[in-house]
Design a protein around this ligand. Structure first.
Ligand code: NIG
Ligand code: FE
Length: 421
């Protein structure tokens, strides 16, 4: 075997092996399967050997053209998988902050035509190229902080042409950036102003025009709905997601974020791959998710930006729910750092750093239906590897929120590295 790239003498190599079929739950979430002094061989973007350095070297018949890269005292993990983002949009929303400080709630700002509806106006006004350029710069920032796979939602166009424009810009970005992209149709993110007072007519448009158009172009793998009081109710969400399921899309729900509506129960009922947010989810809803195998995707930066209570990650892990973590990068929560997300998960949701790493890698891969290919460092999986300038996982809570990236390898290629040791 002659690898293209060889990484050796890695201080701690967290493989997270053994969970390609199903996500980690319970006590397994803190088991990272660490190899001390590990090595990884890569060929054609795929991991071909992983193990203690001496064992991996014994497999190699011919050394790569490049000398091996050595990472003593560092921690290698799978690349972060940011499984919930609103990456593409026009404009920015820094002025919402003053309204928030003045005491306006998220739903009040939305009801007054701000929030999502503000971004709707700038997204409709932006060209496809502008959307791609904006998204490119955010995605580049994510890559520099170790994220090698990004889920990206539409949802700021809210008519067929503008939703398709958003999804095409995500598709265009896929060709331009060395990261994996997974696209999600979120036509039901808000009721646009032209449908004010007629939300069911908008739901009909989503079901009868947008979903067929999206499915015909193949531009989205998932369909998501913002199921929330004053946005889309349970029946509307169910109808949209059933139509999307019939059209071949996989399902996600923004569930029980601000008000307890029963989104968690609905996610379980419909066989959604994940229910996301869950700050207010009921115990019955969480139990239904646990039975159905629905992943709880938690987004603590959103709770931070809304200055609200956090989802009860500790309860969810202890009851055996698979938990994933993501940034929820969006114009209301414009932080694209998985390090910040992990810090909040540990400090505010009482997750252990090892649990947070499982949630940000292998469980996030499952939340995107990519567990077989991504999320752990095992033979046959895509070589998306993060080398952190950090000796062990616990160090992440000490240097909380800091970008500890030394080297990022995406699809077997070094796409970012520090010059120094
Ligand atoms: O996941 N809650 C709904 N959607 C986004 C926020 C979108 C926005 O405010 O622009 C979220 O938090
Ligand atoms: Fe979101």
């Amino acid at each position: 075997m002659k690898p293209d790239l060889l990484l050796t003498n890695i201080g701690q190599l967290a493989t997270l092996q053994g969970h390609s079929e199903s996500p980690k739950i319970g006590a397994d979430m803190k088991e990272l399967s660490i190899i001390e002094g590990g090595a990884i061989a890569i060929e054609g973007g795929i991991i071909t050997a992983v193990g203690p350095t001496a064992e991996v070297l014994a497999h190699i018949t011919e050394m790569p053209d490049l000398p091996p890269l050595e990472f003593p005292n560092m921690l290698a993990t799978p690349g972060f998988i940011d499984c919930h983002t609103h990456l593409a949009f026009g404009g920015s929303r820094e002025h919402d902050f003053e309204m928030k400080l003045a005491g306006k709630t998220y739903l009040e700002i939305l009801a007054e035509g701000g929030g999502i509806l503000n971004t709707l106006r700038s997204t409709r006004a932006a060209s496809e190229e502008q959307l791609t350029r904006n998204a490119f710069s955010f995605a580049e920032s994510m890559l520099s902080m170790g994220t090698t796979t990004i889920e990206a939602k539409s949802g700021y166009g809210l008519n067929t042409a503008s939703e398709l424009k958003m999804l095409r810009s995500i598709e265009d970005l896929r060709r331009k950036i060395p990261a994996g992209l997974v696209s999600t149709f979120l036509g039901a993110h808000a009721v646009p102003p032209e449908f004010e007072g007629r939300p069911d007519d908008y739901v009909d448009l989503v079901i009868n025009e947008m979903i067929p158009a999206v499915s015909e172009t193949g531009l989205a793998e998932f369909c998501d709905v913002f199921c929330e009081r004053g946005v889309f109710g349970l029946d509307q969400t169910r109808n949209i997601l059933l139509a999307a399921k019939c059209a071949g899309m996989k399902l996600k729900i923004h569930a029980d974020e601000i008000v307890q509506l029963g989104g968690a129960e609905l996610a379980a009922e419909l066989g959604a791959i994940s229910a996301d947010h869950l700050l207010m989810a009921s115990d019955d809803g969480l139990e239904a998710m646990q039975k159905a195998g629905t992943i709880a995707t938690l987004l603590p930066a959103t709770a931070f930006s809304l200055n609200t209570t956090y989802a009860d990650a500790r309860k969810m892990i202890d009851m055996g729910l698979p938990v994933a973590l993501a940034t929820d990068f969006n114009p209301n929560c414009a932080n694209d750092s998985m390090f910040f997300t992990i810090a909040l998960a540990c400090y505010k949701m009482k997750m252990l750093p090892r649990e947070a790493l499982s949630a940000a890698t292998i469980n996030a891969a499952h939340a995107l239906d990519r567990g077989a290919m991504l999320g752990s460092l095992e033979v046959g999986k895509r070589a998306d590897i993060l080398i952190l300038d950090c000796p062990n996982p616990e160090y992440l809570t000490w240097r909380f929120g800091v970008n500890l990236v030394h080297t990022v390898i995406s699809n077997g290629k070094v796409i970012h590295t520090k010059l120094g040791p």
